[in-house]
Write a protein that binds this ligand. Sequence first.
Ligand SMILES: Nc1ncnc2c1ncn2[C@@H]1O[C@H](COP(=O)(O)OP(=O)(O)OP(=O)(O)O)[C@@H](O)[C@H]1O
Ligand SMILES: [Mg+2]
Length: 255
Amino acid sequence: MIKDALVSIQDVSLEYTGKTSSVLAIKDISMEIYEGDFVVLMGPSGCGKTTLLNVIAGYNAPTNGQVLLRSKPIEGAGKERGVIFQRTNLYPWLNVRENILFGPKLSAYDKEEIEKRYDHLMDVIGLEDYQKSYPFELSGGMQQRVAIARTLIQKPDILLMDEPFGALDAVNRSSLQTFMRDLWQKENLTVFMVTHDIDEALLLANRILVMSQGPGQIIKTLELDFSKKILQDSSYIPELDPTFMITKREILEAL
Ligand SMILES: Nc1ncnc2c1ncn2[C@@H]1O[C@H](COP(=O)(O)OP(=O)(O)OP(=O)(O)O)[C@@H](O)[C@H]1O
Ligand SMILES: [Mg+2]
C-alpha cells in the first residue's frame, strides 16, 4: 500500500503581481512530503524557495494548483505547520520560559499537558539553566533552540524551516545541525527545510530537491541516507564516504 502524503503539492505556480510588473516565482511544482521525511530544498538565490515554503505555510496562496495537508486543501496559516525563520522573532521582553509558553497560553490547551511538554522540551533543547534568561542573554544558536521549542510545543505535524541556521557562525551552525538531526529522530519530526549550505543538506536530509533559476521548478530529486547512517553509527564519518563527495558534486553541478 502506498502511504498517504502528509503534504501534497500539486501543479503549484505562483505569480506575484505588482502595479507595473509581475514575477512568476514558481512554476508547475508537484511534490510530496511524507511523515518522517526530512526534505531539504536548495536552489539559486531568488529561484522561489521561500515562495514555495510560504505556500505550504499558507502565507501565500498559489495562483495555480493546490497544496493539500492530510488530503485537505491548505487555507491560510495553521498551528499544524510550525514555521522557523532565520530571524527567531523571540519576544525580547519575555524570558525563555515565557517565550516558549506564549503561544499555547493563547489557545485552549490542558495546563498540565503543556507543563509536561514544556519540561520535556527544556530537556530536549538543554537550556534548563536559562529558563529565566532573556533572548539578548543567549547565543544565536540558543535563541534558535528556543524558537524551535516554542514551535514544537504546539505539536505541529510539520516543521517548515527557511534557512534557519543562516545567521549562525560555523561552530553554532554545526552544533544546531547535530541538534536538528537528533531531534528529527527522537521526536519523529517531519521537516521541510530551505538551505544554501550543501553539507548541511547532505547531513540532514533524506531527500534533497534542487530548484532551477526562477521561475523555480524542481530539476533534481535525490534520496539520501547519510543522516540515518550518522544516527545509527557514531563512528561513521560522512565526509570520508566517497558517495558523499559524489553526491555533493552532483548537487553543485545542478545548482
Ligand atoms: N512579495 C513579493 N512580491 C513580489 N515579488 C516577490 C515577492 N517575494 C518574492 N518575490 C520575487 O519572487 C522570486 C522568488 O523569491 P523567493 O524569495 O521565493 O526566492 P528564494 O529562492 O527564497 O531566494 P533566496 O535564496 O535569496 O532567499 C524573486 O524573483 C523575488 O524577487
Ligand atoms: Mg528565501
